[in-house]
Design a protein around this ligand. Structure first.
Ligand code: F6P
Length: 546
């Protein structure tokens, strides 16, 4: 589809929007009592209820037509066939191979990658079992009790999010920590509670050159060597990377280096050896269940008709709000405390993927692309920013996520959590009219004038869209399904926006400038080659520095 045709398709969606602006979801629900069954789909036990969106059959048809016009299925198949769809880096995009449990070969440049994938998985299984069983110990013979993963971005957010989400599957005597920020406070505050003799470091970096990670890794190494001697480094460090020479140069022994491949993007790498701390923390069986859950979602994405395809539907709804309605942000609101890092994880997955303004053919995108993704777990968010979602001037489409079953038998907690979750989407959709607000105030003892003055503040506009994703329990397989669901949603949107969802050139400029600025931060001698703001900040920084 040409850029011109895309532009025209988005204009067509805007016409659909104009038509739908004449009604509200409240009315749509009244006119169609079956709206929930029409607009909900399942993949296994995972349900997506998208009935509380500003859609009807005509607008959905237009969206599915768009998906067909951009050849979503052919592009999906091209990804799976190993075509270099990451065109600016000439790379295949095959994170699905990392969790593939079928029998077919998965080809990159004509070679099957599955033997390599399975070999690394077997090594992860062996190593994680040995750490958990105490067959592999520290230099002084102590069993490891603490794993510190040092990485950033995709080498941190995925395993950190998953470790937190799968807390019920962790052993009490094994703790996983994640250090990412170059701010020394992060590694300092992590290490100060740890015993070097019982601590294993995993240096996780696809490139093994990322400044933050290498700086933290060297500080960790010094901390360990100062306590146990240089020779102990061998026993207390492992690495995960595509840069095997880099790991060796750091001094990590060969049998502790876990590789992956350039066809795995950093933000899609939690399924690779980047998941090693997860396998250690929750056990390999649970890690494999996580991969199998994602595999199930992959099968769904690859085979379900577009009209029943969860990632396709979620992707299309995102496009609908971004390109027809002009909504700039999208909130992810898990009613699941253990998914508290899920929004942060999705920020990288989505915003680093589709935060692009140039199309695949090098032209400026003349339409909006990736939205701002944000969120916090409910019910905390309700007491913080939901005010704006209900009554603010911006419309924010939301995803609510909730489990039918908690891990803890602690009534009435879970019932209250679920009631709040369902109440929020209902309130956002229904709103409260002037008449309803006035009726609420009747009998409160307020005068007519007081009621008249208060009513406008008590009106809820409603008609605010949301999806609800309901699953049985936050177990490893369900988590795998959820993560894969959002990955494929991002893919769908990238195809529609015609951007490369798999590069991230936009992070480079800041890195280059930080490198150039470092000597001027460390030393008062300034090159003078900066704007007046940067020069002013440097000068004040040196004046304030102790
Ligand atoms: O700078 C952005 C980025 O390249 C991310 O895409 C990546 O996940 C992160 O840095 C970490 O990179 P690495 O795993 O190579 O250290």
């Amino acid at each position: 589809m040409s850029n011109k045709a895309r532009k025209a398709a988005f204009e067509g969606l805007k016409q659909q929007k104009k038509r739908l602006m004449r009604t509200t979801m409240r009315e749509l629900f009244v006119h169609d009592p079956d709206r929930f069954s029409t607009y909900s789909v399942s993949a296994g036990d995972l349900l997506l209820d998208y009935s509380k969106n500003r859609i009807d059959s005509q607008s959905m048809r237009a969206l599915f037509d768009l998906a067909r016009d951009v050849d979503i299925e052919a592009r999906r198949d091209a990804m799976w066939a190993g075509e270099p769809i990451n065109s600016t880096e000439h790379r295949s995009v095959l994170h699905m191979a990392l969790r593939y449990f079928g029998d077919d070969p998965v080809l990159v440049d004509g070679a099957d990658v599955m033997a390599g994938v399975r070999d690394v998985l077997a090594r992860i299984e062996g190593f994680s079992n040995d750490i958990r069983d105490g067959a592999i110990r520290g230099a002084l013979g102590d069993q490891f009790t603490d794993i510190v993963n040092i990485g950033i971005g995709g080498s941190d957010l995925g395993p950190a999010m998953v470790t937190l989400a799968l807390a019920p599957y962790m052993r009490p005597n094994l703790h996983a920590h994640y250090v990412s920020n170059v701010d020394g406070a992060h590694i300092h505050d992590t290490l100060k509670t740890l015993d070097p003799a019982r601590t294993l470091f995993i240096v996780a970096s696809k490139t093994f050159t990322t400044d933050e990670t290498m700086t933290n890794a060297h500080s960790a190494r010094k901390w360990l060597a100062d306590a146990l001697g240089e020779q102990a480094v061998n026993d207390h460090f492992a690495a995960v990377s595509t840069n095997i020479e880099g790991c060796q140069a750091f001094g990590i022994r060969e049998d502790r280096i876990f590789g992956f491949w350039d066809w795995v993007g950093g933000r899609y790498s939690v399924w690779s050896a980047i998941g090693l701390p997860v396998a250690i923390a929750v056990g390999y069986d649970n890690f494999e269940a996580f991969l199998r859950g994602a595999y199930e979602m992959d099968q769904h994405f690859r085979t379900a008709p577009l009209e029943e395809n969860l990632p396709v539907i979620m992707g299309l709804l995102g496009v609908w709000y971004r390109n027809a309605w002009g909504f700039a942000t999208h909130a992810v609101l898990p009613y699941d405390q253990r998914l508290s890092r899920f929004p942060a994880y999705l920020q990288q997955q989505d915003m680093e993927s589709n935060g692009k303004s140039v199309t695949l053919n090098g032209k400026s995108a003349r339409w909006e692309t990736g939205p701002i993704i944000w969120g916090e777990p409910g019910t905390n968010g309700q007491h913080a920013f939901y005010q704006l979602i209900h009554q603010g001037t911006s419309v924010i489409p939301c995803d609510f996520l909730v489990a039918a079953n908690p891990h803890e038998a602690m009534p009435p907690h879970h019932a209250k959590l679920v009631a709040n979750c369902f109440a929020q989407s209902e309130a956002l959709m229904l709103g409260k009219t002037k008449e309803e607000a006035a009726a609420d105030l009747k009998g409160t003892g307020l005068s007519k004038e007081e009621i008249k003055a208060l009513v406008p503040h008590k009106v809820f506009p409603g008609n605010r869209p949301s999806n609800t994703i309901l699953y049985s329990q936050l177990d490893p397989a369900t988590l795998g399904k959820l993560v894969a669901l959002y990955e494929h949603k991002v893919f769908v949107q990238g195809v529609i926006w015609n951007v490369n969802s798999y590069d991230q050139w936009g992070v480079e400029l800041g890195k280059q400038l930080a490198k150039a600025l470092l000597p001027e931060v460390e030393d008062t001698a300034s090159s003078g080659e900066h704007d007046s703001s940067t020069l002013g900040l440097l000068a004040r920084f040196h004046a304030l520095k102790h």
